[in-house]
Design a binder for this molecule. Structure first.
Ligand code: HEC
Ligand code: HEC
Length: 505
């Protein structure tokens, strides 16, 4: 379909909906929209748009700016007036305040920035006015939104309410797309398209920081009351008419979110006896976990601006003989390398020698002076091991004393990597209680075409085999080690900025 066909179709659908537009579903309370505080100055709006927005949204608002091909999801095409984050009923245009909010706060988990730090309030209103002029159907002009969905305060969230919501989630088949544990891996998640015919994936509910319409219980309630126009995510007011059931459902979805637990040092706890090979075993469940933020690898060619993954979770344990690290990440698309797509992969990067002081190899595949020991697990082929002294000097080596076990269940990978504490040769770091060893992580989603340098990367963190003596004795001398250099500094800033943007107003 061309965009003209689409416009036609939209016009037809609109005609068909016309008569029912005014009908408010039972169980939904409406309230009048608020007045807009700033009158339109389209000349000013255009200038601002051309300065800040057209590289993504395109000069004519078709979502086809030069940066559009490099981001997922794609920037919005404004010409059909289809908007996702709204307070209005399904199929309707947003209010001006809805647009203002999106422009100000951005859309978390996407490349749409929060502009409130860079653009004054009155200029953001000019952008609202200007974006509406791209509407090729003239709906904003002819039938501006007059009413919006009123969302009252959420009821008290109790275990009973969550349990009830879980039942609604099952009965209304949210799991078909979002997966049983909300990881976006449902049976119908595959092959979904949006109204612009671009591939689209259901949201992973565990990542609260990626909810575009907000992750408060009230926000979630509003999202499936209004639906996301232009996507397979419909409004559920007709399917779930009882507001009580919808509150329960919102409380349940919220309960699936897991706030990230960040830190610099991954502590390996010592255990007596064998380290279990089952990643769901008690010893692993009890081990402390940390979430490490990831960003696209955009330092070396080919640069990668739309990494599928933004976090990896790790735990570590050791005994008198060996150390094991459990890596865990959500992936809605299990991929062993079939159908012409690369397989899902994960890699752990360690220094290829004993580290003295605060020296560290370059954080992407090492450098000439400091090599890295690279353990990569592939969903189809298992473990491969390399030594790298820069991205152009990667040498395969025997897996030797390193072993890997990996699996996929319920939308999540769990991979255990292990090695004896004592290094077997020169090109290995020593694992000794009390000694900090730099670690970094690389992650690929084969389904999104990620392989080679098209990957998500972390900066250096530290692995520490927890000694019997108190930790604080060791922490102080480490202070210097956290000073980041070169590209890594860039990465840290980027990760920090992203985290700030995700803080909702
Ligand atoms: C780096 C790329 C980028 C830039 C620059 C950008 N946007 Fe966006 N914008 C996006 C993406 C991507 C989406 C769609 C995200 C989605 O579908 O979830 C989006 C969506 C939107 C939406 C639709 C929200 C909805 O609920 O459907 C509006 C409105 C918007 N942008 C306005 C702007 C304005 C105004 C500017 C300039 C001040 C701007 N954008 C600059 C990437 C960008
Ligand atoms: C047909 C598949 C499908 C079904 C069924 C479905 N969803 Fe979705 N859902 C999606 C897709 C796809 C998206 C992402 C839309 C996008 O990226 O713009 C989404 C997005 C969402 C979001 C938005 C999160 C955000 O970014 O703010 C919420 C909340 C949500 N769904 C809740 C539900 C609930 C609750 C149910 C069951 C009542 C449900 N969904 C059923 C496909 C589905």
């Amino acid at each position: 379909m061309t965009s003209n066909d689409l416009r036609w179709l939209a016009a037809l659908l609109l005609l068909a909906w016309g008569p029912v537009q005014g009908a408010v579903p039972a169980g939904v309370r409406m309230e009048p929209v608020k007045a807009v505080p700033v009158a339109a100055d389209l000349k000013q709006g255009k200038a601002l748009y051309e300065r800040y927005c057209n590289q993504c949204h395109g000069n004519e608002g078709k979502g086809d700016g030069p940066a559009a091909d490099f981001v997922y999801p794609r920037p919005r095409d404004f010409t059909l007036a289809l908007y996702k984050v709204r307070t209005t009923l399904s199929g309707q245009i947003p209010t001006d305040h809805d647009l203002f909010k999106v422009i100000s706060a951005g859309l978390p988990g996407t490349s749409m920035p929060a502009w409130k730090k860079y653009i004054s309030e009155s200029d953001r209103w000019q952008l609202v006015h200007y974006v509406k002029t791209f509407d090729s159907l003239g709906i904003f002009k002819d039938e501006p939104a007059k009413e919006q969905v009123a969302v009252s305060e959420a009821p008290k969230v109790t275990p009973e309410l969550i349990a009830k919501g879980k039942e609604v989630y099952r009965a209304k088949k949210c799991w078909q797309c979002h997966g049983q544990y909300g990881r976006g891996d449902g049976t119908s998640a595959e092959g979904l398209k949006d109204d612009w015919r671009f591939p689209i994936r259901p949201v992973n509910f565990t990542k609260g920081w990626r909810y575009r319409a907000g992750d408060r219980v009230e926000d979630i309630f509003r999202t499936f009351t209004t639906g996301f126009n232009g996507t397979p995510m419909p409004s559920f007011v007709d399917a779930i008419p009882s507001a009580e059931d919808r509150w329960a459902l919102a409380a349940f979805v919220k309960s699936l979110t897991r706030p990230p637990k960040n830190g610099q040092v991954l502590k390996a706890r010592r255990i007596a006896g064998e380290i279990p090979g089952d990643p769901y075993a008690r010893a692993w469940e009890e081990a402390e976990y940390l979430d490490f933020p990831l960003a696209g690898q955009i330092i070396l060619d080919p640069r990668w601006f739309k990494p599928a993954h933004d976090v990896i979770t790790a735990r570590a344990i050791y005994n008198d003989r060996e150390l094991a690290i459990l890596l865990e990440w959500d992936d809605g698309t299990y991929n062993k390398g079939e159908g012409g797509k690369p397989a899902d992969q994960v890699a752990l990067q360690l220094p290829a020698a004993k580290i003295t002081g605060d020296e560290k190899p370059y954080f992407v595949l090492g450098d000439r002076r400091h090599g890295v020991d690279y353990w990569r697990w592939n969903a189809g082929q298992g473990l491969a091991r390399f030594t790298a002294a820069g991205h152009d000097r990667v040498t395969p080596r025997e897996a030797g004393n390193v072993t890997a076990q990996g699996g996929y269940k319920d939308g999540q990978y769990r991979v255990i990597l292990r090695r004896p504490l004592t290094p077997s040769g020169d090109n290995e770091a020593a694992f000794e209680p009390g000694r900090f060893v730099p670690v970094a992580f690389h992650l690929w989603d084969g389904h999104q075409g990620e392989e080679g340098l098209k990957m998500a990367i972390s900066s250096w963190y530290y692995l520490l085999l927890e000694p019997e003596t108190p930790l604080t004795v060791y922490l102080w001398p480490m202070g210097l080690g956290f000073v980041a250099l070169g590209g890594e500094f860039w990465l840290l800033r980027r990760l920090r900025r992203r985290r700030n943007e995700e803080v909702k107003p």
